[in-house]
Each structure stands twice: as C-alpha cells, then as structure tokens.
Design a protein around this ligand. Structure first.
Ligand SMILES: Cc1cc2nc3c(=O)[nH]c(=O)nc-3n(C[C@H](O)[C@H](O)[C@H](O)COP(=O)(O)OP(=O)(O)OC[C@H]3O[C@@H](n4cnc5c(N)ncnc54)[C@H](O)[C@@H]3O)c2cc1C
Length: 481
C-alpha cells in the first residue's frame, strides 16, 4: 500500500495502524483457520469519527475493507481481502449507556457479549443472545452474524435484541437505523443490517434490549440410547405446547469429547438432552414434571435436575466447551452449521450416521435441538492424504441434506467466505439478485467485505433482470463459482 495512504491512515488512528507482517498474521483468518489472507494493513479506530475518516479514504482510493470484532466467526466472515484493509473494532469497547427503566443499553461494537450481562446482572437483567463464544465475541460480530445460542429458542436471536444502530456507510456517511421505541414506520432497516455479515457498512453504536432475569431456572439432563429417541423427546416437549429456555442435544462422540475436557459428569449415552426451563417457580416446577414424563416415555433411562447454580454451570460448561473439546479426540475437524425443521431431526441424524459410516469419517453432533440447528463436527486427520478433502465433501453433503429437508445452509455461523458457493443451491437467481439490489443501496462500490456471502458479485451498474452469462462462460472456457 502506498506510503501516502498509510500516512493518511496513521493520521487518523496513530499507533492503531499495523503494517508489520509478523503482526498482520494475527488477523489473517478468523475461526475458520483453513482460509487465510494477509491484509495490507490493520486499523484500530477508537471512535465513530475515526471509522468515518478511514472509510472516506477507502472510498476515495477504492480500497476494500473488512470489519472485525474478535475474529471468532466460523465461516470466514472476517477473512481479510487481498489489497484491502482490516478494521478491528476491538478498541471501541465502551458501554455508553445503561437505561434500566426502558430495559436497554447502548454499546460500542467491540463490547464483548458477556460484558453486557455482567454490567446489568446486579440489577436483575441479562442480554439474552448467548453464543458459546460469548466470553470473547463482540456485539458487532453478533449482529453481523445474527448470532444465536442455547437460549435463543425462547428469547430469539440477536435480531430480536437490536433496537437501533449507528452505521458508517462505505462512503463515510452516518445513518441511524431503527429507533429506541419498539416499533416505527418504514422498512425494518436494522433487520436488514443484522445478519448482513459486514457487507453493508460498519456498525459503530448499537442499542440493545436487555431482559429481566426469570425468578427460577431449572436444568434437566436426560440420557437416551440414541439421538433418535432424544429427538422424539424434543418433538414431544414442543408438541405439548412448552417453550423451554433451551433444548440442547449431544451425541455420544460429543459427550466423550466434552467429558474428556470439562468433566461435566454427563452419562455415557447415545443421546443426551439438556432442557432448561425458566419463569415463575410454580410454572417451572409444574412444567419440569411434564418434561421428565415425556423424556421417560421416549426412552430416557437417567434423568437429573441440577440442584444448584454451581451444578447448572457445570452442565452448561460441558455443552459450551463441546466444539473446542473435540480437538481432544481428533487432530482436525470441521465445524458445520445447518438447520432443518425440528421434526426432521431424527431422520437427518440417521442420514448423517449413514453418510459418516460410508465415508469412514467420524461425525460428532452437538446442537440447538429446539431450533433444529445442527452442528455436525466432521473429524479427520490432515496428515492422511485425501482425508481433508473427503471431510469437506462430507460436510457439504450434510448441508445439501439440510436444504433437501427444507432447512438452511447456516443457522447462526453465517455464509462468510466458506459457503458462498452453497448460496446458489439454496436461492434462485431472482432471490440473489434482490439481495444484491439491497446491497447496492448501501454499498454501490462493493468495498464493504467484498467476496463474502454471495456466489457472484453483481456490479451495481449492471443491468437488472435475469443473469446474462459472460461470453467466456457460454464458450465453456470460464465458470462462475
Ligand atoms: C468456540 C466457538 C463457539 C461458537 N459458538 C457460537 C454459537 O453458539 N452461536 C453462534 O451464533 N456463533 C457461535 N460461534 C461463532 C462466532 O463466535 C459468532 O459468529 C460471533 O458473533 C462472532 O463475533 P466476533 O466478534 O468474533 O466477530 P468476527 O468473527 O470478528 O466477525 C464476524 C462478522 O462480523 C462482521 N463484523 C464485525 N464487527 C462488525 C461491525 N461493527 N459492523 C459490521 N460488521 C461487523 C465481520 O466483518 C464478519 O463478517 C462460535 C465460535 C467459536 C469459536
């Protein structure tokens, strides 16, 4: 990058400009570590004005940029782009306002998810979206990915908890989306920005909803011989009209991994359910009895209810550490993320088992069963020639299966750089084109996280209408992925 431009960036962020190759390596990937690109420079702004100044330079010089929170994303969303800069929001990490009477807080995007709850817990409130990475990941990353977590079954994903946003658009202008009121006329623009994976600009301020802590929380752990039986219990619980705070499932391989790492005291079973109920004491007690009965009817041979907050914390620690714990039982693994209608869970789990046996690769399943959000972890050993490719193919075929069952290629980890090719399997051309029109309204020059989410970038000046293949495609010389 030209010294002249670096000088301008330095004038904005001072020492918050990184250009040393050894330091840039820290930012070359997110949680999807098999995709790596070294950015030209990393910038660490500390204010909205800094972000504006940076984006104005990028706009003038046509430099693509990628926003980054903590880099825990699992789909390559914060993967830098070649010839571009990475903008880390880690230093914009202040909680600006706590408004308890209106149950909301205003934060900068670099605030860590669990710090929001820490700040309001003593007043009896919490921030509901709870990705397993919540002690590290940021609010900016959460809203860009519309992140979920165990308790989003009852409380809703990040989008439910974002009331308003301050966003710096790629041309450096500021827009305010949404409002502090619960509803307002016009398009649901925060709804468009949330889940846009950094492709529409950079959020610099976020108004979040916080929720009153329930009077009582109880967590039940039920052991089944198989995930099919456990899946039937999930359908039974929801079918009975209950909405637990969380319903999580783990298969035997995931249990083994979690036990080796956290010693949560899980029974060694084929399918483990964690069901959490919260609310007024009488309601929780009454419903917990019904949950226990449904689990027993579906074949549960051990049912335990955590007897203290400490016991509950250990039960959750095992579940939340499950992704990382798989590293103890396999040198390499792919974390996949797909969704199916809840009722399809038993069928799809059976199918995954069959595909895993046919491929000779182990698949551990740990997932948000109440949402039908699967996280198959495909285990492999990179040192064995060809195994990584087979593992990738298997994980893609699992996603194809999700789409076939009426589900989606991602539940909460996003499309990022990883699944762009899969978008064409899920959406028809007019759907993708409509999304591109929205994108062009925010980012006509495609400077904000280009190359992510969409299988192909339509230039904003391009004629709309059905996709016109390039003559090289027609000639069979080139192909779009
Ligand atoms: C062990 C582990 C467990 C996980 N568990 C869950 C889980 O339970 N549920 C879940 O949903 N996810 C989970 N994740 C994935 C990840 O933690 C989430 O996607 C998280 O929201 C990413 O936050 P981040 O701050 O790390 O964002 P990053 O990875 O840095 O960025 C993610 C995306 O957000 C964009 N972005 C970041 N900040 C901004 C901003 N201010 N404005 C605009 N765009 C921005 C980036 O460009 C990128 O596209 C897990 C990850 C790990 C490693």
């Amino acid at each position: 990058m030209e010294a002249r431009i670096l000088g301008e960036f330095r004038a904005v962020v001072g020492k918050g400009l990184i250009t040393e190759a050894s330091q840039l390596h820290t930012y070359e990937c997110d949680g999807l570590t098999n995709m790596r690109i070294l950015p030209q420079a990393v910038l660490l702004p500390t204010s909205t004005a800094d972000v504006q100044a940076i984006l104005r330079i990028c706009q003038r010089e046509k430099i693509p940029f990628v926003a980054r929170g903590s880099g825990t994303g699992l789909s390559g969303g914060a993967l830098p782009v070649e010839n571009g800069v990475l903008i880390s929001l880690a230093r914009m990490n202040r909680i600006l306002e706590v408004d308890l009477p209106n149950a909301r807080v205003v934060v900068e995007p670099g605030v860590v998810n669990s710090d929001v709850t820490l700040r309001v817990a003593s007043h009896g409130y919490f921030f509901a979206p709870d990705p397993s990475s919540q002690s590290v990941c940021t609010i900016g990353g959460n809203l860009a990915e519309n992140s979920g977590g165990a308790h989003c079954l009852k409380y809703g994903f990040t989008t439910t908890h974002v009331l308003a946003l301050e966003v710096v658009l790629p041309d450096g202008s500021i827009v305010h989306l949404g409002s502090r009121a619960l509803d307002r006329p016009g398009y649901d623009l925060p709804g468009i920005f949330v889940g846009s994976e950094g492709t529409l600009g950079i959020a610099t301020k976020v108004v979040l909803r916080i929720v009153k802590k329930p009077a009582v929380i109880q967590t039940l752990l039920a052991a089944f011989n198989s995930t099919t039986e456990a899946g039937a219990a999930v359908s039974g619980i929801i079918g009975a009209g209950m909405l637990p705070a969380a319903i999580e499932m783990m298969d035997n391989l995931a249990i083994q991994a979690a036990e080796a790492s956290v010693h949560a005291g899980y029974p060694n079973c084929g399918g483990l359910l964690l069901v959490e109920l919260d609310g007024p004491a009488a309601e929780v007690e009454y419903l917990m009895e019904q949950v226990g009965e449904i689990c027993t009817q579906c074949g549960a041979w051990e049912i335990r209810v955590a007897q203290s907050d400490a016991e509950r914390a250990v039960v959750w620690k095992g579940r939340k550490a499950a992704f990382a714990a798989v590293g103890r039982i396999s040198p390499n693994y792919i974390v996949q993320d797909g969704v199916v209608p809840r009722t399809a869970l038993p069928k799809i789990l059976g199918e995954i088992e069959r595909m895993s046996a046919a491929e000779g690769l182990r698949v551990a399943n740990v997932f948000h069963a109440g949402d039908g959000n699967l996280h198959p972890l495909v285990l492999y050993d990179r040192r064995i020639p060809g195994q990584e490719e087979r593992a990738t193919e298997l994980s893609i075929n699992i996603l194809r299966l999700c789409v076939k069952f009426g589900g989606s290629i991602t539940g909460e980890h996003g499309v990022g750089a990883e699944k762009t090719a899969m978008m064409g399997e899920m959406f028809a051309e007019p759907d993708l084109e409509t999304m591109q029109l929205v994108r062009c309204a925010f980012d006509p020059e495609h400077l904000s996280n280009p190359g992510k989410v969409f299988p192909r970038t339509r230039m904003c000046a391009e004629r709309t209408g059905p996709y016109q293949p390039h003559p090289l495609e027609v000639a069979g010389v080139a192909q779009f992925f």
